[in-house]
Design a protein around this ligand. Structure first.
Ligand code: NCD
Length: 317
């Protein structure tokens, strides 16, 4: 197996065997809740650097680090020297020289990490970058889908309903599910659907009820207004009527299938109260799985034996 990447920006950074390894290691962590000690001295440090709000991702990284006996530093992005004009690269280098091993970065801008592909100032995990990707969410979603399907999602149909275009979660999820040969239906109003999405395993649909009828699993997304361009129609008329999913709707279509959601949910818009409080709702399982999955990711990155971190030389002699 190729060594685990030191920059996890996208699902494309992982080989299929590495995805499988992470799921299997996460399951081991889940079934054995005792503390784990990594063979690394001094004690490793993980920093979170979040330029956007987060309830789930940041805390789950923090708890996962604690379970691995890794120190967590929550870097206050607003109070940092970045606000004094320091570049992201220099900030990463500073953290590296303070002894930080891994930095989890969340930004409202996409594709900022690609510039570090050639020489890395520090090991980096993308905790969500703009509308681009959220690879660790896709990994925990995959683990949850495998848990719910006796490990077989090949040829199963996963309907992702909502604001697909602005969802970094959906972008990473489609990539990871493609590895598993699952069928994907992207459903939402036209302005939220990618134009070039159709492939052999990915279809788009404007018809919620028809999509639900075909689904083995439904993955709901909120309308991510803060990621819309200023002139975009961010709340299409009749969104709730045409694309909201309710318990009553599932009952009327005789499709009581598992419902996933990355959170935060807007109750009364993409999902109703009865559905989010029903046993069909698997959002809590996703949150539970986020800890062992992020433990597996942190462990794999810390142990990848990459000696080239922080060797950034600008000179051209
Ligand atoms: C998502 C995110 O921030 O991308 N949430 C998460 O990380 N669990 C989804 C969202 O913002 O709607």
């Amino acid at each position: 197996m190729t060594s685990f990447p030191s920059l996890l920006e996208s699902i494309d950074d992982l080989a299929f065997e590495q995805i499988e390894m992470l799921v299997s290691r996460a399951r081991q962590f889940k079934s054995n809740s005792s503390a784990h000690q990594l063979p690394i001295q001094p004690k490793p440090i993980l920093a979170t650097l979040f330029f956007e709000n987060s309830t789930r991702t940041k805390h789950s990284f923090s708890i996962a680090a604690d379970r691995l006996n890794v120190m967590h530093v929550d870097f206050n992005a607003e109070k940092s020297s970045l606000s004094k004009g320091e570049t992201l690269e220099d900030t990463f280098l500073t953290l590296h020289h303070q002894g930080v091993n891994i930095c989890v970065l969340r930004t409202s801008v996409g594709h900022q990490l690609s510039e570090f592909k050639k020489s890395l100032p520090i090991k980096i995990i993308n905790g969500g970058d703009g509308t681009n990707e959220h690879p660790t969410q896709a990994l925990l979603d995959l683990m949850t889908l495998l848990d719910l399907s006796q490990n077989i999602i090949r040829n199963k149909t996963i309907a992702i309903i909502g604001d697909i275009n602005h969802s970094r979660v959906a972008h990473s999820l489609v990539k990871i599910l493609t590895h598993y040969k699952a069928n994907i239906i992207l459903c939402g109003p036209l302005e939220f659907l990618p134009k070039e999405a159709q492939t052999s395993n990915v279809k788009t649909s404007l018809d919620r009820d028809d999509t639900i009828k075909k689904a083995d699993f439904i993955y709901l997304l909120r309308v991510q207004k803060e990621r819309h361009e200023k002139n975009e129609n961010s709340s299409p008329d009749d969104y709730v009527t045409n694309f909201g999913v309710t318990l009553e709707k599932l009952k009327s279509l005789d499709k009581l299938v598992p419902i996933l959601h990355p959170g935060p949910a807007n109750v009364g818009v993409e999902i109703d109260h009865d559905l989010i409080r029903s046993s069909l709702y698997k959002g809590h399982l996703q949150v539970q799985n986020s800890i062992p999955m992020r433990m597996a990711i942190i462990e794999a990155m810390l142990l990848n034996n990459d000696q080239n971190i922080g060797n950034i030389h600008g000179e051209k002699f």
